[in-house]
Design a protein around this ligand. Structure first.
Ligand SMILES: Nc1ncnc2c1ncn2[C@@H]1O[C@H](COP(=O)(O)OP(=O)(O)OP(=O)(O)O)[C@@H](O)[C@H]1O
Ligand SMILES: [Mg+2]
Length: 394
C-alpha cells in the first residue's frame, strides 16, 4: 500500500506545478508508464511527481492499478484531479491508505454533504448556549461578532436575543431559539451558523440540512427516517446530523425549497422542543438554536411561509449586502489568512508588501457576494505568486 493519494483542484493546478518546479520537482503523467512499464522503473521519486488522473478512463481500474503501483519507487508522490476523487477513493482503496486534498489555499466555505462518512456517536452531549456562564457568554458574543463582518443591527439583536433566551429557557418557557435569516446570496447567512458553532467550541461538524434536497413528496422519510421495515429506517439525515454534532445548533439552508409536510414537522419541533423520528426515537432539543436561511426577499416572505410558521420564529432578519468598509476588512483578513497558510506550507519567500499589493489589485465595489470576492482574492494571490515565480526564473 502507498501512504497517500493527493488531490488537486484543477483551477490551481498550474499554481501547484509552478511551486513544485520552484522546489525542483516536475509533474509527469502516469500515461507513459502504462504504455511501457520500463518507464515506471525510471521514475525518480526525488524529483518527479506522478499525476494519475488519466487512470480514470481505464477499464478494470482496480485490477490494473494493483499491477502498476507496486512497480513505482517506494516514495513516489502521486496526485490526481479532485474531479475523480470518489472513483479513486473506491477503486484504489487497496492501493492507498489515505486520500487527501492538497490544501494550497485555505478554503472558507466548507460544506459537509457526505452522510455515509459520518460517525455515529451514542451519547448525545451538545454544548449549548444555555450551558455557558456569564463570563463565557461575553467571550462567546465577542468571538461571534468578530467573525461576522457588518450586519451590526443583527449582531446587537442577536446578543439581546440570547440573553433573553437564557433567562426564559431556565424558566421553562422557551425551549428552542429560532432565527429566520433572509437575503441575497453570499452575504453571511450561513456564516452566522458557522460562527455560532465555532464560538461555542465546535470540534465536530455543524448539523446542517439543505432543504434544497428535500422538495420531493417522500422527503420526510429522508429527513427523519422511514417506518421500520423499509430501507433507510436507521434514521434520517436530521437525526444523523444532530447525533454527529457536538454543538446545540441546527442549520436549515434554503428553507423555502421544501414542502408543507416538512414545514409542519418543524412547526412541531419548535413547539415541542424535541424532534421525533419515524420510529419514535426522540431527541431533546431544549436549549438548541435553529437557524433557517432563505434567499427569498421581504415581499416573498409572507407569500411563501405560512402565518403559523412565521409567528413561530423568534427572529426574522433581512441581510443587506455588506458595506464597502466591511468588504475591505473581509479582504484584508482573507489575504492575511492565505499568506499565513502559504508560509506554513511552502519555503518560497513572499515579499513583505504582498498583502498590500493584492489589496490594491482588488476593487471590492465589484462584488456583492462574498463568495465571489473570496474567489477573486484567491485568484489574485495565485496570480501574484505566479508572477514572482516567473520573475525568479528569468
Ligand atoms: N458578513 C460576513 N462576515 C464574514 N464572512 C462572510 C460574510 N458574508 C459572507 N462571508 C463569507 O462568504 C462566504 C459565503 O457566505 P455565506 O455562506 O454565509 O452566504 P449565504 O448568505 O448563506 O449565501 P447563500 O444564500 O448563497 O447560501 C462565507 O464562507 C464567508 O466566509
Ligand atoms: Mg447559505
Amino acid at each position: 500500500m502507498r501512504e497517500q493519494l493527493l488531490f488537486f483542484d484543477k483551477l490551481y493546478f498550474n499554481f501547484y506545478k509552478a511551486l513544485k518546479s520552484e522546489e525542483g520537482k516536475e509533474i509527469i503523467s502516469i500515461t507513459d508508464g502504462l504504455l511501457n512499464f520500463d518507464k515506471i522503473n525510471e521514475v525518480n521519486e526525488d524529483i518527479q511527481i506522478v499525476d494519475i488522473s488519466s487512470l480514470s478512463g481505464l477499464d478494470r481500474l482496480q485490477y490494473n492499478a494493483e499491477l502498476v503501483f507496486p512497480k513505482f519507487p517506494l516514495n513516489t508522490i502521486f496526485i490526481a484531479d479532485k474531479e475523480h476523487k470518489k472513483l479513486f477513493e473506491h477503486e484504489l482503496r487497496y492501493c492507498f491508505e489515505d486520500f487527501v486534498d492538497i490544501d494550497l489555499i485555505e478554503d472558507i466555505d466548507v460544506e459537509y454533504n457526505d452522510v455515509e462518512n459520518t460517525v455515529k456517536s451514542k451519547k448525545l452531549n451538545h454544548r449549548k448556549i444555555i450551558d455557558l456562564d456569564s463570563d463565557e457568554i461575553e467571550d462567546f458574543v465577542s468571538s461571534f461578532k468578530n467573525q461576522i463582518y457588518g450586519h451590526q443591527k443583527f449582531k446587537d439583536d442577536f446578543t439581546e436575543l440570547i440573553r433573553n433566551f437564557r433567562v426564559f429557557n431556565k424558566l421553562g418557557e422557551h425551549k428552542i431559539l429560532s432565527l429566520f435569516l433572509m437575503g441575497d446570496s453570499g452575504v453571511g447567512k450561513t456564516e452566522v451558523a458557522r460562527a455560532i458553532h465555532k464560538s461555542l467550541g465546535g470540534k465536530k461538524k455543524l448539523a446542517k440540512i439543505n432543504f434544497g434536497n428535500y422538495s420531493s413528496d417522500n422527503s420526510l422519510n429522508s429527513l427523519i427516517g422511514s417506518p421500520r421495515g423499509y430501507i433507510g429506517s436507521e434514521g434520517g439525515e436530521l437525526f444523523i446530523r444532530v447525533k454527529d454534532s457536538d454543538i446545540g445548533i441546527i442549520l436549515i439552508d434554503e428553507f423555502e425549497k421544501s414542502n408543507s409536510t416538512l414545514f409542519n414537522y418543524f412547526l412541531d419541533v419548535l413547539e415541542s422542543g424535541k424532534m421525533v423520528s419515524s420510529i419514535a426515537e426522540e431527541i431533546d432539543l431544549n436549549g438548541f438554536i435553529i437557524i433557517f436561511t432563505s434567499n427569498i426577499n421581504k415581499d416573498e416572505f409572507p407569500k411563501r411561509i405560512s402565518p403559523e410558521l412565521r409567528s413561530r420564529f423568534d427572529y426574522k432578519g433581512y441581510f443587506m449586502p455588506l458595506f464597502h468598509s466591511h468588504k475591505e476588512k473581509f479582504t484584508e483578513f482573507r489575504i492575511k489568512n492565505i499568506i499565513e497558510k502559504f508560509n506554513k506550507n511552502f519555503d518560497f519567500e513572499l515579499p513583505e508588501n504582498i498583502a498590500n499589493d493584492i489589496l490594491n489589485r482588488i476593487n471590492v465595489s465589484n462584488y456583492k457576494n462574498m463568495r465571489d470576492l473570496n474567489k477573486k482574492i484567491k485568484d489574485t494571490f495565485v496570480k501574484s505568486v505566479m508572477e514572482l515565480l516567473a520573475k525568479n526564473n528569468e
